[in-house]
Design a protein around this ligand. Structure first.
Ligand code: NAD
Length: 462
């Protein structure tokens, strides 16, 4: 017998689940949210995006104070690292933000259940515990997210062979850190520890870093990261990684084993569907373990919807939130959609890398006629004064219509700059529109304008 009835029961309180719950409550639904962790916010807030950004910021300050300030005429002596304080700052930020969601849940009268949520047949969600609590749900939103994936032969032990969760909380700086995977997590966390003094080697199966990023931009990024001390072993397939005493040993095809103090496994993420009771409502996962949904985010089970990492797609926090909002708005109003073409990506390295839309390689393989304009930050006055003039902006536009097809930025604050391109693409702008917007001087955003001008062959400062 269900203890209570809700219009919507959300399973999972990450950026998909908690945002969906809040939006549904705003739209007048009676909402419950089931989450197994005491802190709300999911991987992103607890052990993902937010703590990573906190450590990226702190490690960047440390690196800057150690060797970049002299050029500004600022002399700093005896810079030392207090890793414990750095970690405490990160933990404080996480606590602060996760408590903020508690506050928002109270504000919107979302009933919170602590435990593992599972589907218990049509219209029923069970929350683990003694006794099990049963909730009657008119609609269910699955937002259970993802976990670190691993590869055959690689078994993280949480100590020498670790995932991103442990890499965010190491008690000392590893002398040598080996990262498996030159994707987003590998490069962000590799950057943190390299700045704090680790000798970092990134082993990547492909012959390039950052699959999915425009090739020209990724190539330049690799050069810049290399200058910061990151070493790369590209085209190297890892066969095994294991702890051996106080070290990690990694075997790669056709080469001597590599030894490091810690080995970080960053080879992607897999959807969390274990124990969800999907079979009770007839949902089968696809070949990669994701829950199939249609454009309304509806699963094949009536009244059961799914959003975020558990359905695949970009596996980005903001994409997950966007999907959740679109899903519940559609439930309440009949309208709501997500434009994947205008979903930005950001990699928070130094410099940052951000893009929206398609890469040059994708346009070539799809046979889309395009024109390209590039502009280097060294021609941007603001970037030069910041001492951050490495990087490039690349604008891709349709050769016939001039409609923007992709914008790629490697440079200072790229993650903020990309929003202008997102807005332009959402509104169907052309590269000429972007070039004609009046940009403040001196600002980093002028680099975007210049790259747009370059599409037509006439940038001013290049
Ligand atoms: P990823 O898919 O970005 O990168 C994994 C890398 O590992 C790939 O380059 C792949 O070729 C490589 N790889 C796979 N098997 C290998 C092997 N046997 N040997 C060597 N290399 C191998 O995955 P990730 O970096 O773990 O990130 C996971 C997800 O989390 C991604 O979807 C990412 O978008 C998301 N994320 C996003 C952000 C952000 O937006 N800033 C930050 C962190 C994570």
């Amino acid at each position: 017998m269900a203890s209570e009835r809700f219009d919507l029961v959300v399973i999972g309180a990450g950026p998909a689940g908690y945002v969906g719950a809040i939006r549904a409550a705003q739209l007048g639904m009676k909402v419950a949210c089931v989450e197994r962790e005491p802190a709300l916010g999911g991987v992103c807030l607890r052990v993902g995006c937010i703590p990573t950004k906190a450590l990226l910021e702190s490690s960047e300050r440390f690196a800057e104070a150690s060797h970049d300030l002299a050029g500004h005429g600022v002399k700093v002596g005896g810079v030392t690292l207090d890793l414990e304080a750095m970690m405490a700052r990160k933990d404080g930020i996480v606590t602060n933000l996760t408590r903020g969601i508690d506050f928002l849940f109270q504000k919107w009268k979302i009933k919170r259940y602590l435990g593992d949520g599972r589907l218990g047949g049509e219209g029923l969600v069970q929350v683990s515990g003694d006794p099990v609590v049963e909730l009657a749900a008119d609609k269910v939103l699955i937002a259970t997210g993802s976990s670190s994936a691993t590869i055959k032969g690689v078994e993280p032990d949480g100590d020498r062979v670790i995932t991103s969760t442990e890499a965010l909380a190491l008690a000392e700086v590893p002398g040598r850190l080996l990262v498996i995977g030159a994707g987003v997590i590998g490069l962000e966390l590799g950057s943190v520890w390299a700045r704090l003094g680790s000798e970092v080697t990134v082993v990547e199966y492909l012959d390039r870093i950052l699959p999915g990023v425009d090739g020209q931009v990724a190539k330049l990024a690799k050069r810049l990261f290399g200058r910061q001390g990151l070493k790369f072993r590209l085209g190297a397939r890892v066969r095994s990684a294991r702890a051996q005493g106080a070290q990690g040993v990694v075997e790669i095809d056709g080469a001597e084993p590599l030894v490091a103090d810690r080995v970080l496994v960053a080879v992607g993420r897999r959807p969390n569907t274990d124990g969800l009771g999907l079979e009770s409502v007839g949902i089968d996962v696809d070949s990669r373990g994701f829950i199939p949904v249609d454009e309304r985010f509806a699963t094949r089970a009536p009244g059961v919807f799914a959003v975020g990492d558990v359905i695949g797609g970009p596996m980005l926090a903001h994409a997950a939130s966007h999907e959740a909002v679109a899903c519940v708005e559609r439930l309440a109003t009949g309208w709501g959609h997500v434009n994947r073409e205008a979903t930005p990506w950001v990699v928070y390295t130094d410099p940052e890398l951000a893009f929206v839309g398609r890469t040059e390689e994708q346009l070539v393989s799809a046979g889309v006629p395009y024109r390209s304009g590039t502009f280097f930050f060294k021609g941007n006055g603001r970037a030069v004064t910041l001492g951050r003039s490495d990087g490039i902006v690349k604008v891709l536009a349709h050769a016939d219509t001039d409609r923007l097809l992709g914008v790629h930025i490697l440079g200072p604050r790229a993650g903020d700059l990309i929003s202008e391109a997102v807005a332009a693409m959402e509104l169907g702008a052309s590269s000429e529109d972007l070039a004609r917007f009046c940009h403040p001087y001196p600002s980093l955003s002028e680099a975007l304008m210049e790259a747009a001008l370059a599409v037509d062959g006439h940038p001013i400062h290049a």
